[in-house]
Every structure is written in structure tokens, then in C-alpha cells.
Design a protein around this ligand. Structure first.
Ligand SMILES: [Zn+2]
Length: 410
């Protein structure tokens, strides 16, 4: 793309975002001042506010420890740990929370606020006024990425965040802690698909806006502030999904055919994993025949890739864990799913690695839960989805997952 074209798209995207973005923060600010007021009042007696929901994770004894640590730093640090959900008093946005609390504090010229993160309840966000002098934002983000906080609870991560803010080298710490996500791309493979499931935007943004919004997100927004938009008629949404699915089905068919031809053409003596490739081919065909939607069709792609890798005798990284339609992954990284203590080792594409590094939600492939909700596919119980069980190859090989499912079904 030429620079001019990029510039035009960037401007268009910015305009679009501005147009779509109602002002939830202002609305939330005016609608329910009481939550912010309550927190601000609590912060007058202790620099640590912990909502009941986090009382187990950060009990009063730990709160006192945190308060002591904060006092020893001599910095105007305050901690607010409270759940954030869309539509609440803070519109589910840590930036809005921070702004509202700050507005209600008596002395707000210099303030460092450490708050819960809107996307991951075990993560934190840093905010600082009048400027990010102590590199608060990066320091707080780094606290969750360190080896030593890998399995730490919220109280420990918060203590670490306070320590890193006081140290004042947050950016350096953050870059060191996340440098594995920045490693040069090994065989970066991106499909160029329009990404059928920017799951937190899909229900919100008009379909033609999606591409621009995605571009804008990439081009402009390194911040974690999220945008909301007017609801879109269901019909438009469903039609777009159907078109995506038909296109994906054709692609899956093409890949299965190509794999079949490649296995036939393979030299038996020179292809030790030929049987593996044939098995993957058979499985891909079966899944394709029985495919009930995008998650299954993506599974066909994963099986086809496993087959091709077997033929080539060079197993590369699997498809992107978060959305296999992103293509082959470029990195492996640790990632902690929502509400789980243990970290998973997953393979991710460059875009998803960037999103994790910037603490944005990656673009996730969704599936339908038993109760009809649309959720990230990997949140389904492993027993219900072979794709959740295998992570499309990040957790175990798609073929192994398929075979064990068949074995159970018998
Ligand atoms: Zn990805």
C-alpha cells in the first residue's frame, strides 16, 4: 500500500471510530457517581481499595501489607481492585474507572492509580497523572509478565506492580518481560482472511466497518481503550457469517483435495510419515463432511496442515491458537486463560502476539456454547469440542484429538 493510501485509510478509520464511538465514559460518569464516590472515600483512609469480589484473593492482611509498601515508596500510589463489566458504573473500562475515581479524590494533581484490567481479572492497569513520569503504565503491565509472577495471585502481582512503579524503569522491565513475544517471525503465515471473529466487536459494529475498524485498531490504537458502537441488525450479521462460512468451506475442500493429491504423488520410500499424512487426510475428509460450522471447517484446515507437514517431514508450528484462520503461528508463548491459574503454552500468529504484548484481546475464533452463547472456542469444555481439546494443534495434534474422540464415541 502506498503511504497516501495508508494515510487515507487511517483518516477514514479514525473518522469512523469517532462516529461509531458514543461517549460511554461520559454517560457512565454522570449516571452512577456513587460507585466512584464510594471508592474515592475508601481511598482517603487507605491507599488500597478491594471490592468484595476480590476479598479472597486480597484479604485484609494482604491489603495492609500493600498499604505499608505503598507508604514506604513515598509515591501517590493508590490501588483499586474491583470487577469491571460492560454496562457497569465504569462501562467496564479501567480508564473510565481511573478517571472517575481521580475526579473524586481531594488531591489529584499527582496520582498513580493501579486498577483491575477489564479483560483479564487477574491483570492490572497503571494510570498516572499529570504525566507517565514513573512509567506506571508499562511497570504495571510488566508485573503480570514476569517469570516470578507466572503463577502468582492478584495480591502478589499488585505488590510487584507497586515495586516496579517505585523502581521507575517500567518500560525497560516491560520490554524485557515480553521480548519473547517480539522474537523475529519464523515463517510468518497470514491468510489475509477478514478474520471472521473479532468477537468483542462482532455484535457491535456494522460489517462494512469491520475492516476499517480492524485497520484503525492496528494503525492507531496501541491503547487498551475499547470502542463501542451501535448495535447492528442481526440479519446483516448472519448474512456476513454465512458468506464467510461458504467461502471457508470451499477453501477447506480445496485443501483436502490438494492433500489427497499430494499423498498420492508422494514417494513411499522417501516419505516416512506417509501413513500419518494419509490418516490426517482421512480425518480432514470426515470432519469436512460432518462440519457444522466455522470451528469444524477451521479444524479441516488444521488437519490438512498436519498432513502436509507430515508429507514434508518438517512439522512446523500449528495454526494460530486464538484463531486458526489467521494462518500458521509465528511464535510459541505462555498464555493464561481467563479464570484459570495455569498458563498454557500456545502458538500464536504475529498479530495475536502483538495483541498479547499490548494487552489487547486477540481476535478469537468463536463457537456456540451449550446455552447458546457465543464464546471463544477454547472456553468450551474439552469433552464437547475436539478443537477446544487440541487448540487446533497448540495443545495436542488435531489428528490425535480427532482419533481419541472417535475412540470414545465407539
Ligand atoms: Zn492469531
Amino acid at each position: 500500500m502506498s503511504t497516501d493510501v495508508k494515510r487515507v485509510i487511517t483518516v477514514l478509520a479514525a473518522l469512523l471510530l469517532a462516529a461509531l464511538t458514543t461517549t460511554p465514559s461520559r454517560a457512565a460518569d454522570g449516571a452512577t457517581p456513587s460507585a466512584g464516590q464510594r471508592i474515592a472515600e475508601a481511598l482517603r483512609t487507605s491507599p488500597v481499595y478491594v471490592d468484595e469480589a476480590y476479598a479472597d484473593a486480597v484479604p485484609p492482611s494482604r491489603q495492609r501489607q500493600l498499604a505499608d509498601r505503598i507508604r514506604r515508596t513515598g509515591l501517590p500510589i493508590k490501588v483499586v481492585l474491583t470487577p469491571l463489566t460492560k454496562g457497569d458504573a465504569f462501562d467496564g473500562d479501567s480508564g473510565v474507572l481511573a478517571g472517575i475515581v481521580r475526579d473524586r479524590l481531594p488531591d489529584q494533581r499527582e496520582l498513580i492509580l493501579i486498577t483491575t484490567d477489564e479483560d483479564f481479572p487477574d491483570s492490572l492497569n497503571g494510570h498516572e497523572w499529570p504525566a507517565d513520569t514513573h512509567q506506571t503504565r508499562d511497570a504495571v503491565a510488566a508485573a503480570g509478565f514476569l517469570e516470578e509472577t507466572r503463577d502468582a495471585g492478584l495480591a502478589d502481582v499488585t505488590a510487584k506492580a507497586v515495586e516496579l512503579v517505585a523502581e521507575g524503569k517500567g518500560t525497560q522491565r516491560y520490554e524485557a518481560a515480553t521480548k519473547d513475544l517480539d522474537a523475529p517471525s519464523a515463517g510468518k503465515a497470514e491468510s489475509g482472511e477478514p478474520g471472521g471473529s473479532r468477537w468483542w466487536l462482532w455484535p457491535l459494529v456494522a460489517v462494512p466497518a469491520l475492516a476499517l475498524t480492524a485497520l484503525a485498531t492496528r494503525a492507531l490504537v496501541r491503547s487498551r481503550s475499547r470502542r463501542t458502537a451501535p448495535a447492528v441488525p442481526h440479519l446483516v450479521f448472519a448474512t456476513a457469517r454465512a458468506a464467510d462460512e461458504a467461502q471457508l468451506r470451499r477453501r477447506a475442500e480445496t485443501e483436502v483435495l490438494a492433500l489427497g493429491e499430494a499423498t498420492q504423488a508422494a514417494d513411499v520410500s522417501a516419505t516416512p510419515a506417509l501413513q500419518h499424512a494419509l490418516d490426517a487426510y482421512a480425518a480432514a475428509g470426515t470432519v469436512l463432511d460432518e462440519a457444522r460450522g466455522v470451528p469444524d471447517l477451521a479444524g479441516v484446515l488444521a488437519l490438512a496442515q498436519e498432513g502436509r507437514d507430515a508429507l514434508a517431514g518438517s512439522p512446523g508450528l500449528p495454526l494460530c491458537f486464538f484463531n486458526p484462520l489467521h494462518g500458521r503461528a509465528a511464535h510459541r508463548t505462555g498464555w493464561r486463560p481467563l479464570g484459570r491459574r495455569e498458563r498454557l503454552d500456545v502458538a500464536v500468529c504475529q498479530d495475536c502476539a502483538d495483541a498479547l504484548r499490548d494487552r489487547r484481546a486477540p481476535e478469537v475464533l468463536t463457537d456456540r456454547a451449550e446455552d447458546g452463547r457465543t464464546v471463544p472456542y477454547f472456553e468450551l469444555p474439552a469433552g464437547r469440542s475436539v478443537w477446544s481439546a487440541t487448540g487446533y494443534g497448540s495443545l495436542t495434534s488435531p489428528l490425535d484429538g480427532f482419533n481419541s474422540r472417535r475412540a470414545h464415541a465407539r
